[in-house]
Design a protein around this ligand. Structure first.
Ligand code: NAP
Length: 360
């Protein structure tokens, strides 16, 4: 009997994962069965689990009981179809569970893609429910499938952070601190922040001692400082802070060190997911949370359909080769290898230059 293999995690203790197998479900009218070819795993996916209850990431691909499925970005091929406009053999890029197969329910579909119309996904951000057909991809895009899974969602966020800083004239800062500077999203944000038209910024990367050399070698940050060295920075300079770490102790130190000179404190991520969260009453700018889909929706409304996507796409394709040159693609196939890769990622053992691609 044909089976589906899932790598699922305990929702309340997502550092615990297991491989589960079940018979492939029988399709209902309007549904398609997608065989997931490959997907990428980064700290971003661990954050989906860490923020699973708060933002609703567990709702995309519900599992049973205490188990949850962490969403990932990848490619799939339609293996069976009961939808007239999504043929068997169609290849799609989008949001999947860590699994060998998934059942989707396309709404209106074209040869460019479809939006999943499952009732349980109706209230979730549209950007996660859209699947793009890949057969008509331009050759430059078709040539980089691993990098598309691994980097595109992160590059988009990096671009949007740069755009948000641009929109706000960098909040009057002349220095930008990036927390968890070795993360791919942090690197992309640093790249875009260095070319703001409204305000030149000196971009300082803050990272762990073990990731310092990698972060320096990128050649993107004007300065790289380890978390321990934060207090050596000039506390009088007007400073904006974009944080990927979510480490409450570190965030509090940034606020206390810069105090009134801290002009913006923008929380983006939670790579240090097992650290305590930040206190509420900190000196300096009030911390805010950056949610990429909200910025996407704002620009789509302001600029009209497709404009943001074209600008982001061009900027990110231009930056891709340089970022990719610092990464090594690591491929892991099968349940046990994927589980080990997940456990390494969740425990912070995966080196920053690893580009992890999995298939179950
Ligand atoms: N708000 C949004 O819309 C949005 C969108 C995209 C991404 N993000 C967030 O941005 C963050 C970065 O994601 P990414 O995929 O770019 O990350 P990544 O490249 O996989 O980041 C790896 C880095 O994160 C830190 N790290 C990872 N796991 C850790 C652990 N268990 N303990 C301590 N440090 C750990 C280390 O950096 P350091 O040593 O430098 O700290 C490590 O080098 C994520 O939290 C992600 O959710 C947010």
């Amino acid at each position: 009997m044909a089976m589906v293999t899932r790598l699922r995690v305990k929702r309340s203790a997502f550092d615990q994962a297991e491989i589960a197998e079940a018979p492939l479900p029988r399709l209902e009218d309007g549904e398609v069965l997608a065989r997931i070819e490959r997907f990428a795993l980064t700290a971003n996916n661990i954050t989906y689990a860490a923020a699973g209850d708060m933002i609703g990431y567990w709702k995309f691909f519900p599992d049973e009981g205490e188990w949850g499925q962490v969403p990932v970005w990848g490619f799939a091929v339609i293996e069976d179809s009961r939808h007239s406009d999504v043929p068997v053999g169609a290849r799609i890029y989008g949001y999947f569970p860590m699994a060998s197969h998934v059942v989707l329910r396309p709404g209106r579909a074209s040869d460019r893609g479809f939006t999943d119309a499952s009732p349980h996904r109706a209230d979730l951000p549209l950007v996660y429910n859209q699947y793009q057909r890949t057969e008509g991809d331009p050759p430059a895009l078709a040539a980089v499938p691993d990098l598309r899974c691994l980097l595109f969602p992160l590059l988009f966020t990096g671009y949007l952070i740069g755009d948000y800083l641009e929109d706000n004239a960098a909040f009057g800062a002349d220095q930008l601190l990036i927390g968890s500077a070795s993360s791919k999203t942090g690197i992309a944000a640093a790249h875009h922040a260095k070319s703001l038209a409204t305000r030149p910024l000196e971009v300082v990367g803050l990272t762990s001692a073990r990731n310092r050399d990698f972060t320096v070698a990128l050649g993107i940050y004007d300065r790289v400082v380890t978390y321990d060295e934060l207090e050596t920075l000039d506390a009088t300079r007007p400073t904006a802070f974009v944080d990927m770490s979510g480490d409450g102790g570190f965030i509090a130190r940034v606020h206390h060190h810069f105090a009134d000179a801290l002009k913006a404190s923008i929380g983006v991520g939670l790579t240090h997911w097992d650290s305590p969260r930040a206190a509420k009453d900190l000196p300096g700018a009030t911390p805010e949370f950056f949610f990429a889909p909200a910025q996407i929706a704002k620009r789509q409304q302001q600029w009209g359909p497709g404009v943001l996507e074209t600008k982001m796409g061009e900027a990110n394709m231009a930056f891709l080769p340089s970022l990719a040159s610092h990464l090594k693609i690591e491929r892991h196939e099968g349940g046990d290898a994927a589980k080990a890769a997940y456990e390494s990622m969740v425990n912070g053992r995966t080196p920053p230059d690893a580009g992890v691609i999995l298939a179950l």
